[in-house]
Write a protein that binds this ligand. Structure first.
Ligand SMILES: Nc1ncnc2c1ncn2[C@@H]1O[C@H](COP(=O)(O)OP(=O)(O)O)[C@@H](O)[C@H]1O
Ligand SMILES: Cc1ncsc1CCOP(=O)(O)O
Ligand SMILES: [Mg+2]
Length: 277
């Protein structure tokens, strides 16, 4: 085995440990997230072995941060109340040293999203920013291509965009798409798992973000934690698609949850496609 293969085997073993920790430790994840996919995020977290709580009422949000393993902020349908809650929660999470995962939904399509993201980055610490390729390139100022919340970006310059952002904000960046990119600015991984069927349901990206909050809540190294969540979603999507006799998005959605729940260490080590650059 050469150095690179050894690195990839080490990465897959670390990912398997991280997913086992989620199942053993049941991290409590507080989510302030869009009302389109909120229920999917709660259910995928349960299937993953985590405990979801969609606690966002202004009067409750700060107290709740005291209880959690990690906070997930998704700005997809950011109402005024969600905005206030997100600012309070991110500030409190920084005070209590709890990890925060941010999904910059529609950044690049709607100018307010960029303003809000920059504000959240100043009120507290964001451990991970996970978006689709169009959102991440837009946040990096590199002209990401979007149709509303969906990326239509071809991914050119994606690795550079992720590295620039990781260094600018001292955070982990994950950009999803046919190939997922995860970086802390120094280390970079590509994940090749996935299925085009993940783009036929809404919420695949939101769910990756929610799973990332679960993994960062139980893992010392947020780079490994983020790669673990991204790879788990991609592999479950692949297994769900492979299990179907035809393109059946409704059935696919149900099976995606089942495969996240059932995924074994052996399946992960055998099917995980991670490349360490
Ligand atoms: N063309 C594709 N082929 C395989 N997997 C994909 C493809 N597009 C997206 N994915 C996967 O779908 C999930 C959601 O990513 P993406 O569609 O980029 O996010 P969003 O739903 O936020 O737009 C990720 O796990 C990603 O790897
Ligand atoms: C359709 C839609 N509209 C606002 S948020 C949202 C869900 C986006 O989900 P995802 O980013 O996972 O595709
Ligand atoms: Mg998204």
């Amino acid at each position: 085995m050469n150095n690179r293969e050894q690195g990839e085997t080490y990465m897959l073993e670390s990912i398997a440990r991280c997913l086992r920790s989620v199942r053993e430790e049941t991290p409590l994840v507080q989510a302030i997230t869009n009302y389109v996919t909120i229920n999917d995020c709660a259910n995928i977290l349960l299937c993953f072995g985590a405990s979801p709580a969609m606690a966002e009422a202004r009067a409750e949000v700060e107290e709740f941060v005291g209880l959690i393993s990690a906070l997930y902020i998704n700005i997809g349908t950011l109402t005024d109340e969600q905005y206030d809650a997100a600012v309070k929660a991110v500030r409190k999470a920084a005070e209590l040293n709890k990890p925060v995962v941010l999904d910059p939904v529609a950044c690049g399509a709607i100018s307010r999203k960029t303003t809000v993201i920059e504000e959240l980055l100043t009120v507290g610490k964001i451990s991970v920013i996970k978006g689709n390729m169009g959102e991440i390139k837009s946040l990096a100022g590199l002209g990401g291509q979007l149709r509303g919340v969906d990326s239509i970006d071809d991914g050119t310059g994606g690795i550079e965009a992720c590295k620039i952002l990781a260094q600018r904000y001292n955070t982990i960046i994950a950009a999803t798409g046919p190939t997922d990119i995860i970086t802390d600015g120094e280390r970079t991984c590509l994940v090749e798992n996935g299925s085009p069927m993940l783009t036929m349901i809404t919420g695949a990206g939101c769910m990756v973000g929610a799973l990332t909050a679960a993994t960062v809540g139980v893992t010392e190294d947020p780079f490994i934690a983020t790669t673990a969540a991204v790879l788990a979603m991609g592999l479950a999507g692949e297994m769900a698609a492979d299990s179907l006799p035809a393109v059946l998005p409704g059935t696919f959605r149900a099976r995606l949850f089942d495969y996240i729940y059932c995924m074994t260490r052996e399946e992960l080590l055998k099917g995980g496609k991670v490349q360490c650059l």
